[in-house]
Design a protein around this ligand. Sequence first.
Ligand code: GDP
Length: 300
Amino acid sequence: LVRLRARLARSQNALGKGLLTLLSREHLDEDTWEEIEDTLLTADVGVVPTQELVERLRERVRVLGTRTPQELRTLLREELLQLIATDAPRAVNTENGLETPAVVMVVGVNGTGKTTTTGKLARVLVADGKSVVLGAADTFRAAAADQLQTWGERVGARTVRGPEGGDPASIAFDAVKEGIADQADVVLVDTAGRLHTKAGLMDELGKVKRVVEKQAPLDEVLLVLDATTGQNGLVQARVFAEVVDITGIVLTKLDGTAKGGIVVAVQRELGVPVKLIGLGEGPDDLAPFDPEAFVDALIG
Ligand code: GDP
């Protein structure tokens, strides 16, 4: 966790440092507030949240009068936390308390890190003492099933797969069926994310969802989003949200971008919490999203 924090801090704290430096100027004039806005926008915080944040900061700085660096840091920390706050639970729900395994569907555009995230999540769950079955329902990308199976072998989870180009829904069905037969704790279903047409996507994911729900409740639908794709990622997120009820967001590749503000933007966009973050390609590079740690890494 310490290592992850360090990595997050390395990629992110340009934003926080920039904001703190700007806020520390003796005279906070219009130009400075504009620069603060630009800094937030550059980090992909999004227009509306940026305006809200700056408005609140302006007011609080005005009320405060003179300000020490420590006070400014506290203000900024509180306001950033406020921006990320949500009432919905942050934890991935893998304990439904039922006889059937918890089922988690992982969706998102190809290349965002879906398969990797599914593998890493399996690793976390297995380390937590849970038995996991993986469903390789991404039959569109040729190597996806092999890739998932390799993860499964590495972490100790069985992979249910079908023929290349096969029907994703039938693999999802089999994965849940075997999860039930095995009395597994969790079934993770990796899906294909080709954004060919919205109707096509809806058809495919809808079918996967239906065959899963015939056998067990669907506990989570995690949308994987590549943090480096900015506004594009948000557009994609919107399409997925229209097709299937997303319950949580996984933001990957935060190690490779200073645009951590996307956390704010995507939560606003979808109204669901960021639950996990990806900070690298390795097996240990998936972390629960901890708002306080995130903001601390941001401000440095
Ligand atoms: P999928 O098509 O959505 O299943 O994407 P993959 O899981 O195959 O991931 C695409 C690429 O992104 C791979 O090279 C992964 O190793 C890489 N990747 C996934 N998550 C992360 C992350 O958090 N950070 C970095 N740097 N790379 C990642």
